[in-house]
Design a protein around this ligand. Sequence first.
Ligand SMILES: Cc1cc2nc3c(=O)[nH]c(=O)nc-3n(C[C@H](O)[C@H](O)[C@H](O)COP(=O)(O)OP(=O)(O)OC[C@H]3O[C@@H](n4cnc5c(N)ncnc54)[C@H](O)[C@@H]3O)c2cc1C
Length: 269
Amino acid sequence: MLLSEVGYARPATVEQALELLAEHDGARALAGGQTLINVMKARAASPDVLVDLNDIAELKGIELGSDGTLSIAPMTTYTELIASPEARARPILGEVCAQIADVQVRNRGTIGGNVCSSDPTNHLPPLMVAVGAQLTIAGAEGERTVPADEFFLGVYMTAVGFAELLTRITIPAGRGDGFASVPIGRDGTCIVNAAASANGGLRVALGCVGAVPELVEPSSGDAEAVKEAVRAANIQPPGDVHASSDYRRHLAEVVAVRAAEQASKRARE
Ligand SMILES: Cc1cc2nc3c(=O)[nH]c(=O)nc-3n(C[C@H](O)[C@H](O)[C@H](O)COP(=O)(O)OP(=O)(O)OC[C@H]3O[C@@H](n4cnc5c(N)ncnc54)[C@H](O)[C@@H]3O)c2cc1C
């Protein structure tokens, strides 16, 4: 279906973008467009104005701090993350981005758009929660930073409010990470996924089992301990044509164990 008519602005700075977003009630930020343009074509969203972030240099790039902290600008595409020497400091980032959809989506889709979509089937929300990412949000009042486990508020809802922008994702140093999923076909949407981080205590974040990632913290990486932690979370996953609620609950244990094993193994290396 063709797009409906929509206003379009292409600011050069974050400040200009924030002003444009504040001026129009129905304005939406446009990143890679891989979700937003599709939902507009399907008439599931009809913004009045698209504020295209693609010319804003300060929203691009990846920096690696001397302590191993990664600072990733939201307009970084999956392809850029996969190729980035800096991002290899936390190898799981590129590895998971390489599993997202196809090359066309990876060339356009951005890390910021992925998390701001807060689509429960996306790959990056559970990963951000597991690795303990901090997300910086800018608005008229200045900047604030929220941890990933407080950023995702519901399906398509995040801590980014009206006339605000996600401007930075900060990821602490660490290499003991894992990710596992059961997708629909090789490059397809996840039926269930799990990201794990064993840099310090073990954190496992489950995706596709609720509106937002479900964080569990098993007492160890032992398979029984991980399964027990998933059971204790009492998740109530949705059922659909791909998997019943019970089957997703079962898969959640399976992928949590796989992700935790990978994270624990890498943490020991
Ligand atoms: C065929 C297909 C298959 C896909 N499969 C997967 C998959 O398996 N796993 C997966 O994770 N994803 C998948 N996706 C989604 C894809 O990863 C999208 O790129 C991503 O969800 C959105 O990123 P984007 O840069 O395209 O954002 P856009 O579509 O431009 O924006 C998405 C939303 O985020 C908001 N937004 C974007 N940037 C900011 C910002 N800096 N501050 C505030 N709000 C912002 C926009 O206003 C919009 O509401 C798929 C997409 C397609 C088309």
